[in-house]
Design a protein around this ligand. Structure first.
Ligand SMILES: *Cc1c(COP(=O)(O)O)cnc(C)c1O
Length: 402
């Protein structure tokens, strides 16, 4: 038995998505920009349909959608593109310390190119403070970029309130919605969102394709392109469209929309089943991220007195992520957990479980058994855990100098 619980990293392509994509490889392989023959027209039709399918999931118009190679590109266009376009108006951007690297790094790039960036801190649950955000917005602020759901800890930000605040202050609002697109209801009008990033492979679509919503009205948002070329996608993203990928993204979005009433609740139930099962079996474990304001799929747990990496090896038939695996090569604890104030020890002992469409209750039960057994085994070897069992607080022990 192999269990895949790393759905925040990527997901299995839904067979219905694959089925929708297949004709666009060997039969309907036209270039969507070819205006002079039916091969081009049928590709263009398919792209139009997908544009509508993506737009429908976020309350946008089809024309607002720009197809990209994924969320990394979408975030780069949104952040660097807005900065370049509005640099005359101001050179200040506000974001938060727990963003995905695909937001953090474009912001750092801006810092090296004459912009100021404010990285807002987060509280113990990973939420920003709205008053701090309001205070951070200055005369020269052009963009606020705050993600909806965090990929590591699942915490949701109040993006509707953030959007309102940005509107009131006349600042553009971008949000990376990779982890919530298709899982949590989103409406760009009601939430005051000007730019929104999503990615197909997080919602059971193919890798290497995503979309950026760019508001066209009230206000009309403009982005300087990152890639220059044939002027596709309203000039914001040149390059021949990835028609099969785009069809896959559209189909994946539609499936999410059709099941938005039931599937998030099912994922939440699986996640909660895992959390209560682990709590029933193990002591000294802690939830990372917000207890209720979190994405349906994510459960991030610290198992005190156990190394996350060792635990992962102990449950090698279950695919999960650890708090230090994200920046894989280094064994630095995750910067996201650090920003929450989680100590290095607990950060090193954290595991991210993320459920998806194809997980079952039986898989969760199996996971609870395997994790509980592995944690107990590792703790048996831990002198620290032994001390705790004897009623000694290891943090109060004065260790001899060597
Ligand atoms: C996965 C992810 C990304 C990167 O998406 P790609 O399509 O793989 O480039 C960016 N932000 C968040 C929050 C993600 O979860």
């Amino acid at each position: 038995m192999r269990v895949y619980l790393d759905n925040n990293a990527t997901t299995r392509v839904d067979p219905l998505v694959l089925e929708a994509m297949l004709p666009y490889f060997c039969e309907k392989y036209g270039n969507a920009a070819s205006r002079s023959h039916s091969f081009g027209w049928e590709a263009d039709e398919a792209v139009k349909k997908a544009r509508q399918q993506v737009a429908d999931l976020i309350g946008a118009a089809a024309e607002d959608i720009v197809f990209t190679s994924g969320a990394t590109e979408g975030n780069n266009i949104a952040i660097k593109g807005v900065a370049a376009m509005y640099a005359d108006k101001g050179r200040h951007v506000v974001t938060q310390s727990t963003e995905h690297k695909a937001v953090i790094d474009p912001c750092k790039y801006l810092e090296q190119h004459g912009f100021r960036v404010t990285f807002l801190p987060v509280d113990h649950w990973g939420r920003i403070d709205l008053q701090q955000l309001a205070d951070a917005i200055k005369e020269d602020t052009i963009l606020v970029s705050i993600m909806h759901g965090n990929n590591e800890i699942g915490t949701l930000q109040p993006i509707g309130e953030i959007g309102k605040l940005c509107k009131a202050r006349g600042v553009l609002f971008h949000t990376d919605c990779c982890q919530t697109f298709g899982k949590v209801p989103i409406n760009v009008q009601e939430m005051g969102i000007d730019l929104l990033t999503c990615s197909a492979h997080k919602i059971h679509g193919p890798k290497g394709v995503g979309a950026l919503y760019v508001r066209r009205k009230r206000p009309r948002v403009r982005c300087e392109p990152v890639l220059h070329g044939g002027g596709h996608e309203r000039g914001m993203r040149s390059g021949t469209l990835n028609v099969p990928g785009i069809v896959g993204l559209g189909q994946a979005a539609e499936l999410c929309r059709l099941h938005l009433d039931t599937e998030p609740a099912r994922l939440t139930a699986l996640r909660d089943q895992l959390w209560s099962g682990l709590q029933a079996r193990l002591d000294h474990i802690a939830l990372n991220g917000h207890p209720t304001e979190r994405t349906p799929s994510n459960l991030n747990v610290s198992f005190a007195y156990v190394e996350g990496e060792s635990l992962m090896m102990g449950i090698s038939d279950i695919a999960v992520s650890s708090g230090s695996a994200c920046t894989s090569a280094s064994l630095e604890p995750s910067y996201v957990l650090k920003a929450l104030g989680v100590g290095d020890d607990l950060a090193h002992s954290s595991i991210r479980f993320s459920v998806g469409r194809f997980n079952t209750e039986a898989e969760i039960e199996y996971t609870i058994d395997r994790v509980a057994a592995a944690v107990c085994k590792l703790r048996e070897m831990s002198p620290l855990y032994e001390m705790v069992q004897e009623g000694i607080d290891p943090s109060k022990v004065e260790w001899a100098e060597r």
